[in-house]
Design a protein around this ligand. Structure first.
Ligand SMILES: [Zn+2]
Length: 445
């Protein structure tokens, strides 16, 4: 792959020139191959060549998650289906059929992802001598596939442990003498708990580091995992609609996440006005793909709140760094590493029961990470209970929620005065089960 080495001698000026050339190619591809982008640009009287500098990108409208769902399934693909080698989805409620999104990627795109995931490993000095245990779910999400391919591309040894139980993960870590574990923060916490419960000493492992993401890594969670496993934990960041993992990741300096600027153009904007903010300000991350063939995205609003810094890193790499993403501009929450929208849960609940009046999602957090979810709901007695009796109703609803989310969900029918006061998110209440502040609260910016 002929990508510039953003960690080598390339200057920021050279990087910006590289970005501009790729941006122009991307805009041409989007304009001529995707009706959605062409219509929007035509409406503004804009042509791809009107973007002559990176700053000109601001004249184009944002692309929102809603736009992606509105063009389900293949409306935003920029290549014929025969050129697509992989399809993924971006929401965990996909099975609940709420606002589904499908993404398509070409051979080039998948290779680009792999090279970026290799970069994540190299940033934390993983080499071909390492044995890497990858504990991610094999599903319509891209993470596990990309990690596995990257480990092999690096020449390291892959142990694809997938979503085996924590006990089996620990056995593999120990018996295979794995030196690196790549997983979600939620699962790493679960492994730490299992080690404590079973009295497994970290000295029995050959582990030397963990790579966790793409969901946020709050400081209390990092501290907890590091104290039990006895090795450093490095964070990474991804946006499923673009690349996951590989968009950004920490280096050994652990002072921000290096962004793959050779593949993605980043802006930070005011979450309400959409106005661009100067480097170093906190705001919503907006990304434009620079080389993606299958699913180019122009000014995509990620909903993630961060700070982008362009100052050089002590490690010598010159790419801009993101601060860890711990807040959202929308209501998206995450439980056990599975992100979802409370609004999608509401759609599911109302379709299931026309007598539903109100509800709350009560999310228990452990070290700042969503761990369990309970639905408290009120309904009007005037409407018959779907399923017949109360217990059948609750059973049916539980199984529908489990199918939609891939998570066990507790459900309770309560009186209106028993509903907790709404938290900071949409009908969502957080309860910490550990004595730490709940850092990943999706509070409005
Ligand atoms: Zn660095």
């Amino acid at each position: 792959m002929m990508f510039p080495d953003p960690f080598g001698p390339i200057s920021r000026e050279e990087m910006r020139q590289w970005q501009l050339e790729r941006l122009q190619t991307t805009l041409n591809r989007a304009y001529f191959q995707v009706d959605f982008y062409r219509k929007r640009m035509d409406a503004l009287g804009l042509l791809p060549e009107d973007v002559a500098a990176l700053e000109d990108l601001r004249t184009l409208p944002f692309t929102a998650r809603r736009d992606l769902a509105d063009h389900y399934p293949y409306g935003l693909f920029a290549v014929p289906l025969r050129s697509i080698v992989r399809l993924h989805t971006s929401t965990s409620t996909f099975q609940g059929k709420e606002n589904p999104i499908v993404l398509g990627f070409t051979r080039h795109d998948v290779e680009m992802w792999r090279s970026l995931a290799v970069r994540l490993f190299e940033q934390v000095e993983v080499t071909d001598r390492d044995i890497v245990q990858v504990a991610f779910n094999y599903s319509l999400f891209p993470g596990a596939f990309t990690f596995n391919q990257a480990v092999e591309a690096l020449g390291a040894t892959l142990a694809p442990a997938a979503t085996n139980s924590a006990t089996i993960q620990l056995q593999v870590l120990q018996d295979f003498r794995c030196t690196v574990l790549a997983t979600t923060a939620a699962f790493a916490l679960h492994i730490a708990d299992t080690m404590e419960r079973t009295g497994t000493e970290s000295s029995r492992l050959r582990l030397r580091l963990l790579l966790v993401g793409p969901e946020p890594l709050p400081d209390p969670a990092r501290a907890r995992i590091e104290s039990v496993l006895g090795v450093p934990v490095y964070g990474l960041y991804g946006v499923t609609e673009m690349v996951e993992p590989g968009l950004a990741g920490e280096c050994t300096a652990r002072d921000g996440l290096h962004l793959a600027e050779d593949q993605f153009l980043a802006e930070v904007v005011h979450p309400v006005t959409g106005e661009p903010l100067p480097a170093g300000s906190e705001g919503e991350l907006v990304l434009t793909t620079l080389t993606a063939e299958g699913y180019p995205l122009i000014r995509y609003r990620t909903g993630d709140v961060t700070v982008l810094r362009e100052v050089p890193c002590p490690c010598g790499r010159k790419t801009a760094r993101l601060s860890p993403v711990l807040r959202r501009t929308d209501n998206r929450v995450s439980v056990r590493g599975i992100p979802f929208y409370p609004e999608d849960i509401e759609l599911l609940l109302r379709r299931f029961d026309s007598g539903l009046e109100d509800f709350r999602l009560v999310i228990s957090t452990v070290y700042g990470i969503g761990d369990q979810i309970e639905v408290l709901l009120t309904r009007t007695p005037a409407q018959d209970l779907p399923g017949g009796g109360r217990s059948q109703y609750l059973d049916l609803l539980r199984s529908q929620l489990r199918r939609a989310l891939g998570l066990g969900v507790r459900v309770q029918m309560v009186e209106p005065d028993q509903l907790p006061r709404e938290g900071l998110g949409y009908r969502t209440v957080f309860r910490s089960l550990t004595p730490v502040p709940d850092s990943p609260l999706p509070s409005p910016p």
